[in-house]
Ligand binder design. Structure first.
Ligand code: PLP
Length: 412
C-alpha cells in the first residue's frame, strides 16, 4: 500500500458556537457588504461550478468562489483590509452612523482624522490590498515584506503608492518588526493577524471577508442550494478560515457544513496548535519554504485559532505538489468545466480535495470527511495569477510535479 504524503487530524472540538455568533453576526456581514458595494469597480465575483470534476470525484457539486476576479487586485485580501480601514476611520470620526466611501476620501474627513499612515506586514496579498485601499482613500501606507517575497509581489504593492521595506527573516519576523516601528513612527497597524492586546482590527478584517461568503450564499440560493455540505478552506494565520467557519457556524448553528482546513506541510501552524490541544498558539519556526506564499505563516492568529479549534472538523497539511496539482486542474479543466486562474495559495483546497479522493485516503479520514454523491463542496480561489513568473513555472514548466506513485496512469 502506497503511503500518503499528507498529514491529517480528525478533530472533535467543543462545537461551541458562542464566539462564532458574536464575531460573525449576519448583520455585520450585511454591513460589510453595503460598504464594499460602494467601492468603485465593486462587483460580485463569480461562483464557478465544476460539474464534470464533481462527477469524476463522486460528489454532487464543487463550487469555487473566484476571488481572482476581485476588483483589480486578483485576491480576496482587499475585502478585509478595506473594511478595517472603514471601521478605523469611522471610529476616529466618532460616528455611530455609517460613513460613505466618498466621505472617507473627502477633505472634510481628512481634516478631522488627521495625517494617518497605515502600516502592515504582508506576504504579498494583504499588503497589496492595504496599499490599494489607502491610495483610494488618500492615506499614506508603509508595507513590510520578508526577504523571500518575490519581486512581482513587491512591485505590485509599490504600484499602489506604498513605501515597501524588505525585512530579514520570514513573515512572522516582518509582523514583529512593523509592530516595533509603528510605535516609533506613529503609524497605524492594519494587521490581519492578532496578538495579545491587538484584536479589534484583525476582527474587522475577518468580518470584511464575510462579504465573499454572503455573496456566495446569495449565489447558492439562486441555484436552489441552502448551503454547502462541505467547506474546504486554506489557512495562513487562519483569519480567512476562521471567518468562513465562523460565518457558516453563525448562520447554521444547528447544522453547519463540515469544515476542512488546508495548510502547507511546511507551515502548518494552525494544525499543530489544534493538535497540541491546550488552546494555545504554537509556532512553526524556520523559513517556511513553501510555494504557497500566502500561507507561509508560522504563527496562527489567536482569535482565529479559537474559532477553528471549536468548530472545524478536519485539518490537513499538504505538500507543495498538491497546490501545483490544484493550479493545473483549474487551468486545464475537464471538457465542459470552466477554467479558473488560480495561484498556489488559491488552488490548494481543490488540490487537497482531489488528492484526498484519489491517493489512498485512510478509512478513518474517509469516514470523517463523509464525502459522497450528495456532497456540495465549497471553496474559495483566494488568488489568481498574483506572481506571474512563479505561475508560469508551475503551469508551463511543471514545477512541483505529482510524485509518480500518485499519477493517474501507470506507465510501466
Ligand atoms: C492568496 C491567499 N490565500 C489565503 C491566505 C490565507 O489567509 P489567512 O492568513 O487569513 O489564513 C492568504 C494570506 O495572505 C493569501 O494571500
Amino acid at each position: 500500500m502506497i503511503q500518503n504524503d499528507y498529514k491529517y487530524l480528525i478533530h472533535h472540538g467543543s462545537k461551541d458556537t458562542t464566539k462564532a455568533s458574536q464575531m460573525f453576526p449576519i448583520e455585520t456581514a450585511r454591513k460589510a457588504r453595503v460598504f464594499h458595494r460602494q467601492i468603485p469597480g465593486y462587483k460580485m465575483t463569480r461562483l464557478v461550478s465544476l460539474p464534470e470534476l464533481s462527477a469524476m470525484l463522486g460528489v454532487e457539486g464543487i463550487y469555487i468562489k473566484d476571488e481572482a476576479q476581485r476588483l483589480v487586485l486578483n485576491s480576496f485580501k482587499v475585502m478585509g483590509g478595506s473594511f478595517a480601514l472603514y471601521n478605523f476611520i469611522k471610529k476616529k470620526l466618532g460616528r455611530e452612523q455609517e460613513v460613505s466611501f466618498e466621505y472617507m476620501k473627502s477633505k472634510e474627513c481628512h481634516d478631522i482624522v488627521g495625517d494617518i499612515t497605515f502600516a502592515s506586514a504582508t506576504d504579498g496579498n494583504h499588503g497589496r490590498g492595504i496599499a490599494w485601499a489607502s491610495q483610494q482613500l488618500g492615506y499614506k501606507c508603509v508595507i513590510y515584506v520578508h526577504n523571500e517575497t518575490s519581486k512581482p509581489r513587491i512591485d505590485a504593492i509599490r504600484s499602489y503608492g506604498a513605501h515597501v521595506e524588505v525585512v530579514d527573516g520570514n513573515y512572522d519576523d516582518a509582523v514583529r518588526k512593523i509592530a516595533e516601528d509603528a510605535k516609533k513612527y506613529n503609524w497605524e497597524i492594519i494587521s490581519d493577524t492578532s496578538w495579545d492586546g491587538y484584536t479589534e482590527i484583525p476582527t474587522w478584517i475577518m468580518q470584511g471577508y464575510t462579504t465573499i461568503l454572503l455573496e456566495a450564499q446569495e449565489q447558492f440560493a439562486g441555484l436552489g442550494i441552502t448551503r454547502p455540505t462541505h467547506v474546504f478552506v486554506q489557512a495562513g494565520v487562519g483569519a480567512l478560515a476562521a471567518a468562513t467557519v465562523g460565518f457558516y457556524t453563525a448562520l447554521f448553528p444547528n447544522d453547519p457544513p463540515k469544515f476542512v482546513i488546508v495548510e502547507p506541510d511546511k507551515a502548518p501552524c494552525v494544525f499543530e496548535s489544534v493538535k497540541a490541544g491546550d488552546g494555545k498558539c504554537h509556532s512553526i519556526k524556520g523559513d517556511l519554504d513553501t510555494i504557497m506564499a500566502g500561507l507561509a505563516c508560522g504563527d496562527p492568529s489567536p482569535i482565529a485559532l479559537d474559532i477553528l479549534d471549536a468548530n472545524a472538523d478536519v485539518f490537513v497539511q499538504m505538500p507543495d505538489y498538491v497546490a501545483a496539482r490544484g493550479m493545473r486542474i483549474l487551468s486545464c479543466p475537464l471538457t465542459g468545466d470552466p477554467f479558473v486562474i488560480s495561484g498556489e495559495s488559491g488552488a490548494v483546497p481543490l488540490g487537497a480535495l482531489f488528492t484526498l479522493k484519489n491517493d489512498n485516503c485512510p478509512e478513518d479520514l474517509k469516514e470523517a470527511l463523509a464525502l459522497d454523491e450528495h456532497s456540495i463542496v465549497f471553496m474559495i480561489n483566494t488568488e489568481g495569477n498574483t506572481d506571474p513568473v512563479q505561475f508560469r513555472r508551475v503551469i508551463w514548466d511543471g514545477l512541483d510535479p505529482v510524485p509518480k506513485k500518485f499519477t493517474e496512469i501507470d506507465i510501466k
